[in-house]
Design a protein around this ligand. Sequence first.
Ligand code: BTN
Length: 239
Amino acid sequence: MKSKITWYQSLDSTNNEALRQIGSLDSLSVIASRFQTAGRGQRGNSWTSRSGENLMFSIVLKNGFPVRKQFVINEMASLSVVKLLERHSLAAKIKWPNDIYVGDRKICGILIENSVNGDKLGRSIIGIGINVNQRDFPENLPNPTSMLCEGVEKLDPELLLEDFMRIFENFLLTDVDTLRNEYLGHMYRFGEECEFKDIEKNKLFKGTISGVDEIGRLLIKATGGEDRTYGFKEVAFVI
Ligand code: BTN
């Protein structure tokens, strides 16, 4: 294994810590923490997790991916979580762009923070929170679940992270077409007619996901209408 994992008892956020140490961290360094006091999610949300029960970590990548291909990072991270869960007999799906669901419940969130250097990515910090051993969740979370809630026995987060990194390192070597096909093959609600919300128009509509484009935008065929393309934060699933 090429990755180097460092565990902390408590941090504000593993993404923040990775950013603070970015100058001295090699690619594939991993910052993991048993607790976060200010865990961050997408769209400015917070990420909460009971101390020691779950897996919270950030991977540093300094691979200089072309900016236009940056969605491969989402694909590698999401697919690695899906494969990890499959090893524990959980069939997981990727809710575009990178939430991981079991059934209609969220088991993992991913926050990717890239820096851009010309037409290449400078560095990526891939923050991943997987609910592992937590049984109860705050009432305000819409639809959380954990590996334990889905019937998996209690697991050691440290061993789970080592397994995760082995899977992730394999995906780093996988070609982009295979990654894309695997991603599409594991997409939540792919090919099923369902309801979405167009955020800009503040309108609900029915449609069917048909794929993602080269830069990772979601392609939806609106029922009885046109093909639509949505960037991150422009569309929401109605669950
Ligand atoms: C989301 O679903 O909104 C993304 C959640 C990402 C949470 C993880 S936990 C480890 C890493 N550190 C953070 O502060 N956030 C990510």
